[in-house]
Design a protein around this ligand. Structure first.
Ligand code: GLY
Length: 382
């Protein structure tokens, strides 16, 4: 049994845990990250949309402010990551086109555009013909669109690879082990015990285990974050040379009342997502999920028939009761949360890392993070 020591131990090496570790290491803090399969869960499955505007939900104003800060943080984060590692961080600033298929879809899209404008967000309503001018392969049945210039995308798999290289270059220790429990001394977290019996003693523990954060043994039940897994199925397709680029921008569509998004990558990949199912920790890809994604994507992009279906995959979004993340103090001294990012994990990676690094450095959660304390769910101990 080995006893490691570190200033900070991060539980979970998804995008959030990796980026947080990197930011802390850049501040000169000694960091250890524990995960049996770094970057291999939700961070691998996501489509990588940066969509604060097109995914805005009625009444989620605090989350919108954080999401806008999230998209604004990406360019500098990506540039720094690329400079350090020589790898692409996968950021594509292409804008997003929302499209509607039938008359009811168009009415819903117009209502959303009105709301987006009232929030001061930049959106431009388009006719079906103008939407097709931006994306010539869209179906002739597309009845209208909304152009959103500031919603972008990230190739999350490239971002994971770059962050793994960055933490290595920054001296972060990565231990490929599952955390069995948080070790406490009275009401203070002092480290973690790993499945192989090793321990990591640390001044601060950061829980960044995504949908598994609520399972972290050693944290008293009443202080565990109310995070649950919400499954999403995603397809990856290859666009033949003859049809490239099938899309120039991320396209989000409402087709006969169903939502689908299509995220193009520069290399000819098209990512189509995503279903939403409350099935617990179930990552089976079901035929019905694949069928509905193909049906809805094909309704707005008929050339889908000509693409090679290369991958079907499912991941677990870490959802919270109000769809917003859980950041900062946990109620257990020296345990901080960076979890519950639900639909916005890729989007919120740089800003979450910055908020957590600032919290560790100063001892205070920055103002931007304050609406996202776990205590808003009535947990005791905060
Ligand atoms: N943000 C896209 C999704 O969660 O499906």
């Amino acid at each position: 049994m080995t006893e490691h020591t570190s200033d900070v131990v991060v539980v979970g090496a998804g995008l959030i845990g990796l980026a947080t570790a990197w930011r802390l290491a850049a501040d000169g803090i000694q960091v250890t990250v524990c995960d049996p399969t770094p970057g291999a869960q939700t961070s691998q499955v996501a489509a990588g949309m940066l969509a604060p505007v097109t995914e805005v939900e009625y009444g989620e104003d605090d989350l919108l402010a954080l999401n806008l800060a999230g998209v604004n943080a990406w360019p500098a984060f990506a540039a720094e990551l690329e400079e350090l590692t020589g790898l692409s961080a996968g950021l594509h600033q292409t804008g997003t086109l929302s499209v509607a298929y039938d008359v009811d879809d168009a009415a819903a899209l117009r209502r959303l555009a009105d709301y987006q404008r009232r929030l001061g967000l930049e959106v431009e309503e388009l006719s079906g013909r103008d939407a097709r001018r931006r994306e010539p392969l869209l179906a002739t049945g597309v009845s209208g669109g909304v152009w959103v210039p500031n919603d972008h995308s990230v190739d999350n798999r490239q971002a994971v690879a770059a962050l793994l290289r960055a933490i290595d270059l920054s001296g972060v220790q990565l231990i490929r082990q599952h955390v069995a429990r948080v070790i406490t001394s009275g009401t203070t977290a002092v480290g973690v015990l790993l499945d192989n019996g090793d321990t990591v003693h640390a001044g601060t523990v950061i829980g960044a285990a995504g949908p598994w954060s609520s399972q972290l043994e050693g944290v008293p039940e009443e202080l565990r974050p109310p995070v649950r897994p919400v499954k999403g199925e995603v397809l990856r397709l290859r666009v033949p040379e003859a049809y490239r680029p099938a899309l120039r921008h991320t396209v989000r569509a409402t087709a006969r009342g169903f939502s689908v998004y299509l995220v193009p990558r520069p290399g000819g990949e098209l990512v189509v997502g995503a279903t939403t199912s409350e099935l617990g920790y179930d990552t089976r890809v079901l035929a019905g999920g694949v069928f509905s994604l193909l049906r809805d994507a094909r309704t707005v992009l008929p050339v889908m028939d000509e693409l090679e279906l290369v991958e079907t995959i499912a991941g677990l979004r870490p959802a919270t009761p109000d769809n917003a993340p859980i950041l900062g103090p946990s109620g257990l001294d020296r345990l901080l949360w960076a979890t519950g990012h639900y639909r916005n994990g890729v989007l919120l990676t740089p800003i979450t890392a910055q908020i957590l690094a600032d919290t560790v450095r100063t001892g205070d959660l920055p103002d931007l993070g304050k609406p996202f304390l776990g205590s808003r769910f009535g947990q005791s101990g905060h």
